[in-house]
Design a protein around this ligand. Structure first.
Ligand code: ADP
Ligand code: ADP
Length: 226
């Protein structure tokens, strides 16, 4: 159902004088279908946390589980959206969206129909044959979202996805994300340094702190959306 369990998580980069403890004894659970934001100052460990959940980074200590099973590398149960979109520049919009479906082994005809459905959902109809460099930032991020949503991950992991966009466009995409989340029943973990954005979007906000030389703390704030 897309639940995430984080237990006594620790992440250390480097060794000796280069040693940096990015995450220190972090524990919390996210229910399936929940929309959680993680906010905090630059360097507090937000991206590290997200990329650990994604399975891109090794864990120093503790466990991270999805639906009760410890993760073992990346998987199609989790989809990631990056601040810089990370589209394939040599692929068209349609081919970018098809990518995850091809990786997941979806037969061509079904993949084509599914890709088109998400292209339409993201208001990209008519742009199927354009290349990323021909698109605006907002459109590129919508292609990235379509590409990730198309293979139907239970968990959507987003790292400052609207950070490179201007304010009106951010607000448009924030509202679009709320609509998608309401329709698709996904767990969302959304990283941002913008508290206003976090409060606007989420059901729960995790605040990570960074005090040099002292233990990091995480404070959770539940927002009543009823
Ligand atoms: P945030 O996303 O909140 O800005 P990060 O997760 O990027 O924080 O970084 C947390 C800490 O880990 C910072 O002190 C950062 O300098 C350090 N860090 C991040 N990535 C690496 C890396 N690849 N090697 C060494 N230190 C890193
Ligand atoms: P939004 O993402 O909210 O649509 P954008 O600034 O991305 O806002 O684009 C506004 C509109 O401009 C798009 O919906 C599209 O119709 C048009 N547009 C943007 N880039 C291109 C492009 N490369 N070629 C043709 N039309 C474009």
């Amino acid at each position: 159902d897309g639940s995430i369990g984080i237990s006594n998580l620790e992440k250390v980069y480097g060794e000796g004088t280069e040693r940096t403890k990015a995450i220190d004894d972090l524990s919390f659970d996210i229910d399936g279908g929940e929309f959680v934001s993680v906010v905090g100052p630059s360097g507090c460990g937000k991206s590290t946390l997200l990329y650990i959940i994604a399975g891109f980074l090794d864990i120093t200590d503790g466990t991270v589980s999805v639906d009760g099973t410890p993760i073992d590398g990346p998987g199609t149960d989790r989809g990631v959206v990056f601040q810089d979109y990370a589209l394939f520049p040599w692929r068209t919009v349609k081919e970018n969206v098809l990518y995850g479906l091809e990786e997941a082994g979806v037969p061509d005809e079904e993949a084509d129909a599914t890709a088109q459905r998400f292209i339409d959902m993201m208001d990209l109809s008519g742009f199927e044959n354009k290349y990323p460099k021909e698109l605006s930032g907002g459109m590129k991020q919508r292609v990235a979202l379509a590409r990730t949503l198309a293979y139907d991950p239970k968990i959507l992991l987003m790292d400052e996805p609207f950070g490179a966009l201007d304010q009106p466009l951010r607000e448009t995409l924030q509202d679009q994300l709320i609509d998608i989340w309401g329709d698709l029943d996904k767990t969302v973990v959304f990283i941002t340094h913008d508290v206003e954005e976090a409060v606007y979007l989420s059901e729960r906000v995790m605040i990570m702190t960074r005090h040099p030389g002292t233990k990091k703390t995480v404070t959770e704030v539940d927002l009543d959306r009823s």
